[in-house]
Design a protein around this ligand. Structure first.
Ligand SMILES: Nc1ncnc2c1ncn2[C@@H]1O[C@H](COP(=O)(O)OP(=O)(O)OP(=O)(O)O)[C@@H](O)[C@H]1O
Ligand SMILES: [Mg+2]
Length: 574
């Protein structure tokens, strides 16, 4: 194998309907690697079989929707990532979403490795809207597929797959490719299963997310469903029993394949025909105008979500944006651009590689992580070699200020080690990629009107890492303990109703005896860059302390993970 294969920077866009893998070539350019069927993207469809070792992924599996019983075909699994109760059963075997996703990753990596050499590390993308559970589930899918990430966690000695939000990845790619300075960009990402709308600041030095909006359950699939309903309504006139089609997974699978094809044709042409047989043949012609009419409620919803996000952003002080960046295969539909032009007149719209930009951005991000780690190592080595070991450990920023020649040498050495142009290392090293939280975190507390509500400490759209300390007070004299009920929500207000949030953890802080009512308890929430939440509660006079970490509730159990790993390792994935 070529030596440089050890240093591959790989990004994988693990999509709801299609996935894409890219790496950064020796010139520093991100390149999409085609699968062995010749496609730049691979359908995220997994065909299971009665033999647990035989798994088919991609185009072939998708085609089998029309021929195999529904239990053997799994698609849209991304919508179930991190969901505790989701399981797919075949012959008594339970498959979790993490394992199904691992098969998709394994196929992508296997096909790519045949062309670019062994792949052991990758950055995987997820929707900006994913919370802790879903991000953790995505990283776990990577682990099950035998992949590691690029950052060594000193505490565990593990390099867990790095996760980057899809809009950030797309903006990172866009920022590096266009290098316009200081733009605020609205990324409108309409994929197959999710709609994300994100406001980001893109500068020469950084990509920072500012505000997040969207809907987990809105994507091209919903356009397909509406068109399928229409086709079945028309087919009824040809004598087809449309109710029976809905309960026949193969017939429905066949129809969905035809509908998606017709939808794509309507992107290029004014008319398309769906030929569908279910006992009898139906030929349903549909015009683009009719398709646009049928799907208008879905498009309207994306615009509403853009408006909601922009309103939130305005509340944070971001009142204008310079450009719209279209991401996701569904933005190819002419209705999307037309509508955005009407809603946001005068704002330029960038439409560039909508189904590859995320994977390419993830690959560049992988390279950034690799380069940053190596540059830091080189800086420390130079300091040690030149008898300045006391200065080792300083950050790149600090060294840039005080010893620019050290940084120059470190970058040159890094470029040599990774066989990259020095210019590429200089461009990418130290670039900031700022993430924000897509959820708010708070605790249950009595408000000024003595009503139990949720007081949000870390609020949605806060920059990561975030740390907030706030004082609360005991309610009664000699209260034996204080209960901390930690809540997660999508709302960014300081105070929200209990029903608007979900309980994610509970802890009890014992209190010293004889404590008067109104004694302060300090609560601290720390949310790290990966979205892991740590909390601390402290009663000031006694220094009684309670600390904890919010474990992801939906994480698959150790036993399930071991079983899944065995199966993924043993499986022949083609
Ligand atoms: N030419 C086209 N016209 C209309 N729709 C298209 C076209 N090409 C692809 N699509 C649709 O785009 C969607 C796939 O886009 P993409 O690959 O960006 O989504 P994804 O990454 O699977 O989903 P998500 O990002 O939501 O997880 C599918 O619904 C597909 O039918
Ligand atoms: Mg996508």
């Amino acid at each position: 194998m070529p030596e440089e294969s050890k240093f591959l920077a790989v990004g994988i866009d693990l999509g709801t309907t299609y996935s894409c893998i890219a790496y950064v070539d020796s010139y520093g350019k991100p390149v999409v690697v085609k699968n062995c069927e010749g496609g730049s993207t691979t359908p995220s469809v997994v065909q299971l079989s009665h033999d647990p070792n035989e798994i088919v992924v991609g185009t072939v599996a998708k085609g089998e929707k029309a021929n195999l019983p529904g239990e053997l075909i799994v698609e849209f699994v991304k919508r179930s990532m991190g969901k505790e109760n989701w399981k797919h059963m075949v012959d008594g075997r339970e498959y979790r979403a993490e394992e199904i996703s691992a098969y998709i990753l394994k196929k992508m990596v296997k096909d790519a490795a045949e062309q670019i050499g062994p792949i052991t590390q990758a950055v995987i993308t997820c929707p900006a809207y994913f919370g802790i559970n879903e991000r953790e589930a995505t990283a776990q899918a990577g682990t099950l597929a035998g992949l590691q990430g690029y950052i060594l966690d000193a505490a565990t000695g593990i390099r867990k797959c790095n996760i980057i939000p899809e809009p950030t990845a797309a903006a990172f790619y866009y920022g590096l490719a266009k290098a316009r300075d200081n733009e605020t960009v609205m990324v409108y990402d309409l994929g197959g299963g999710t709609f994300d709308v994100t406001l980001l600041e893109v500068t020469k030095e950084a990509v920072n997310a500012l505000c997040i909006g969207g809907d987990h359950e809105l994507g091209g699939k919903d356009w397909d469903d509406l068109m399928a309903n229409y086709v079945l309504d028309c087919a009824r006139e040809s004598g087809i029993d449309s109710e029976a089609v809905y309960s026949d997974s193969m017939a429905l699978g066949d129809l969905m394949l035809r509908v998606e094809e017709a939808k794509k044709i309507l992107t290029a042409k004014e008319k398309a025909t769906v030929n569908f047989t279910f006992g009898k043949l139906a030929r349903v012609e549909i015009s683009r105008q009719k398709f646009d009419e049928l799907t208008a409620p879905k498009l309207d919803r994306t615009i509403l979500l853009c408006r909601d996000m922009l309103k939130e952003a305005a509340g944070l002080g971001y009142t204008a944006f310079d450009r719209i960046l279209l991401v996701g295969g569904s933005t190819r539909m002419p209705q999307v651009r037309r509508r955005l032009e009407a809603e946001f007149p005068g704002i330029p719209i960038e439409f560039n590689e909508p189904d590859e930009a995320v994977a390419k951005g993830a690959a560049l991000f992988a390279q950034k992580l690799m380069v940053d780690e190596q540059v830091q190592r080189e800086i420390d080595t130079i300091f040690q070699r030149t008898g300045r070991s006391a200065e080792a450990g300083k950050s790149l920023e600090e060294v840039k200020e005080a010893n620019p020649e050290v940084v120059r040498e470190a970058m040159k050495n890094t470029a040599a080690r990774f066989s990259l142009p020095t210019q590429q290392v200089e461009m990418i090293a130290g670039r900031e990629v700022g993430d924000i939280t897509s959820k708010s975190f708070g605790i249950q507390a009595y408000n000024a009107q003595d009503r139990l509500t949720v007081a949000n400490l870390i609020r949605k759209n806060a920059k990561l890492p975030a740390s907030v300390t706030q004082s609360f007070f005991t309610r009664a004299d000699s209260q034996a303990s204080a209960e901390l009920t930690i809540m997660e929500s999508k709302l960014l207000d300081e105070e929200i109703e209990l029903v608007q949030a979900q309980e994610i953890s509970k802890a009890v802080l014992p209190l010293p005896s004889g404590l008067p009512a109104g004694s302060p308890i300090e609560i601290t929430f720390d949310l790290d860059r990966s979205g892991l939440l740590k909390f601390r509660g402290c009663e000031i006079t006694s220094n009684n302390l309670i600390e904890g970490e919010i474990q992801t509730t939906a994480k698959i159990s150790e036993a399930e993970a071991t079983m899944a790993l065995q199966r993924v390792n043993a499986a022949n994935v083609s």
